[in-house]
Design a protein around this ligand. Sequence first.
Ligand code: ADP
Ligand code: TRP
Length: 321
Amino acid sequence: MRVLSGIQPSGQLHIGNFFGAIRQHIALQAEHDSFYFIADYHALTSNPAPADLARRTIEVAMDYIALGLDTEKTVFWRQSDVPEVTELAWLLSCITPMGLLQRCVSFKDKVAQGISPNHGLFAYPVLQAADILIYNADLVPVGADQKQHIEVTRDIAERFNNTYGEIFTMPKEHIIKQVAVVPGVDGRKMSKSYNNTIGIFESEKSVRKKIMRIVTDSTPVAEPKDAEKCNVFALLKLVAKEDELAEWKNKYEKGGTGYGDVKKRLAELIVEYFEPFREKRAELENNIDYVEKLLAKGAERAAAVANKKLAQVREVVGLRK
Ligand code: ADP
Ligand code: TRP
């Protein structure tokens, strides 16, 4: 079973991303033949500054490796290092009805937000289909917002297979279950668009400062408190062991414990939890050439699969073999 997914290089990862998605992503590699890439071609649809795109791409590569992606086990590469995928995207475009893309919710949402769409944004799902089909993926782990893109991929694959013969594997989505919404320091969902995040690789000092500022209610220290309604407790649940968590819950209910005490302990636990990842990340940061080498090796492994598939497709559509 081949598992494949693309990761958008979209800036600093926060602990909401980690507990909500990345952890599950990385866990899947242990059980399957896995292919993960950094979707830099897709990122171009929002016209990032060139230096930003290049930097974010290498940063997200370092982030994933530091968080446990094993580049021996997983084929891990930068999408644009295997440009054959864009040729397949063109070949698929020519059998993709406009209507199929016009119905895509993520495109419609962007337009509704007032973004004036470029053609790349419109064609985004076709490139995504090419990503999936060129590598013969069986299973595509994604967030719920990407479900429709996988359906579009199946639709395109089916049209192609019906027209030219059984060339493509039919992929299935694997929707990553949302364990819980991780709250940000202001109590809303942690999100880079709300500026309320705690970064996975942020300095220890900054993490502590942010945690001490998490919004809580104004129940006096002596009074009992409802742990389940508390943002600090919601974060504590992610990093504390069960028995410690039960102890804190008890303290909340009894009263006599201030939010400041819970925050201090939360900061300790979060710093401790991410410490090994932070160390690994710092090592990689000091050795970007090594990271580039790992990505180049990944691209070589990916290209071997892509070239084979593309040759088959070129032949069946009537191009030179
Ligand atoms: P952001 O809201 O910061 O822009 P993204 O939309 O890029 O985050 O999310 C990337 C992945 O991380 C998605 O799979 C999403 O479900 C998960 N994720 C993001 N924020 C949270 C959160 N606060 N709690 C749980 N999961 C989250
Ligand atoms: N569109 C995906 C996202 O925004 C990223 C992506 C690009 C992808 N190509 C893919 C995901 C192929 C899965 C498979 O998250």
